[in-house]
Design a protein around this ligand. Structure first.
Ligand SMILES: [Zn+2]
Length: 191
């Protein structure tokens, strides 16, 4: 009984997909449909991020959900990455961007901050914020991502505030974005 029912269900599903296929193919997207905004894609390489690979993925997700003009994608094997993430024993630090496609910045995921109890996802999104061109905003409250360690050891907020997200959007709005004289410096996030 059960067998007969499942065979019938599969046959039904097949019939539906056969019917749906031609009509889907015959309906091209209307020319007036809004086009998705062209985002800058930046590749990151977390193969040297050691025990922080998950935190890096979480930090990437934070940025990809808060901005649309730039998106971070894990570099496939063999592909050059714009953002290198390296676990190391010092304080977290990063090259100040905004990095462009074909450029190169580094995030050092310093274990010293992790040992002291700072939140790893916040560290990841803060340092990636530097890659995307955000300077530090210290001292500052926990609601600010770029306040970094001054937000407090217990601060677990990994999200940029509206001003920080808008600034990254502006950094990747087009080719004629203003450049910061501090671009390319390494910012050290020791408290
Ligand atoms: Zn910083």
């Amino acid at each position: 009984m059960l067998r007969k029912f499942s065979v019938g269900a599969v046959a039904g599903a097949a019939a539906i997909s056969l019917m749906a296929a031609p009509s889907a193919a015959a309906a091209p997207a209307p020319a007036t449909a809004p086009r998705p905004a062209l985002a800058t894609t930046l590749y990151y390489d977390a193969t040297q991020a050691g025990e922080f690979k998950t935190a890096v993925a979480e930090g990437v997700k934070v940025w990809n959900t808060h901005v649309k003009n730039v998106q971070l994608v894990e570099a496939p094997q063999g592909r050059r990455a714009e953002i290198q993430i390296v676990a190391d024993p010092g304080w977290p630090r990063a090259t100040l961007g905004p990095v462009r496609p074909g450029g190169r910045v580094t995030v050092w995921f310093g274990r010293q901050a992790v040992t002291q109890g700072y939140n790893t996802t916040r560290i990841a999104s803060h340092e990636l914020g530097h890659s995307l061109g955000l300077p530090d905003a210290k001292p500052g409250p926990c609601s600010s991502l770029m306040s970094g360690s001054t937000g407090g050891v217990s601060c677990a907020n990994p999200n940029p505030n509206a001003t920080e997200a808008a600034r990254v959007e502006a950094n990747y709005r087009g080719v004629n974005t203003p450049r910061s004289p501090f671009e390319g410096r390494v910012l050290v996030d020791a408290p």
